[in-house]
Design a protein around this ligand. Structure first.
Ligand SMILES: [Zn+2]
Length: 257
């Protein structure tokens, strides 16, 4: 598939990069990314993912816009308060680039419905704020053979990791965090606070890592770095990374799964 003249113009700054190029841009147009969570991480992530021309996007969030979101959730305006985030996010994408195929789900993601929501994805990006949802998404990704990019932020600390727990030698998100949070909603954003730009840093970095995963095997930038978690420290500021090994006893991806 060749890019049309207007798409060549739109993505010119990508296409001149040897690490992405025409083949990379065509690949992005053919990819399907499922974005879970349209909050402080999902908002800036979606803006850069749509900007990157990822051709098919599924947006999942059951929340409504609250005045306290506007400090960091860059998709929403004052007039959006009280309206559903998924609907507004879809409207934003459609206005930004009508060539992208966008669908939404505005119900709560659970262990029962997560499988159906992720099964057609090339990549799932999870930017939700609680462990119960993250683990449900992770377990569904492992079962559906779909890689997971997990991003989280609190106060001045962020983490972004790529997981391919469906592969025999790679960790899943549950290998990383364990089972301790399975039943608990550990959302502490409201109590702990968060610098708005910190969520923006994590969200845009997650978008960059998503492009890296989606170009695996296509062009030079493609390198999923499975099992690597990047820690973003907004106080110093600094970044560091570490690797997660597969836990053979993991309930999500191990032999006990
Ligand atoms: Zn695992």
């Amino acid at each position: 598939m060749a890019l049309s003249p207007d798409r060549l113009d739109r993505f010119a700054r990508h296409i001149v990069l040897p690490e992405i190029g025409g083949p990379g841009q065509v690949a992005l147009a053919n990819r399907h990314l499922v974005l879970v969570g349209l909050g402080g991480i999902g908002s800036p992530a979606l803006q850069y993912l749509a900007g990157a021309g990822i051709g098919r996007l599924t947006l999942i969030d059951d929340d409504r816009v609250d005045a306290s979101n506007l400090q960091r959730q860059t998709l929403y305006n004052t007039r959006d308060i009280g309206h559903g985030k998924a609907v507004i996010a879809k409207r934003w994408v459609t206005g930004f680039d009508p060539a992208l195929d966008v669908s939404i789900s505005d119900g709560r993601i659970t262990p029962d419905n997560a499988g159906g929501l992720v099964e057609e994805a090339d990549l799932v990006l999870d930017g939700t704020d609680n462990f119960a949802t993250r683990l449900a998404v992770s377990d569904a990704c492992v079962r559906a053979d779909v890689p997971l990019l997990s991003a989280a932020v609190g106060r001045f600390q962020g983490q972004v990791g790529t997981f391919a727990g469906h592969l025999a030698d790679q960790a899943c998100y549950r290998c990383f965090v364990g089972d301790a949070f399975d039943a608990e909603d550990c959302d502490s954003c409201a109590e702990d606070g968060m610098l708005g730009a910190m969520a923006g840093w994590v969200g845009t970095f997650a978008a960059m890592q998503a492009v890296r995963v989606l170009l695996d095997g296509i062009s030079g930038f493609g390198d999923p770095q499975w099992g690597t978690v990047q820690l973003l420290d907004g106080m110093k500021p600094a970044m560091r990374s570490f690797n997660i090994a597969k836990d053979p006893r993991c309930r999500g991806c191990g032999s006990a799964a």
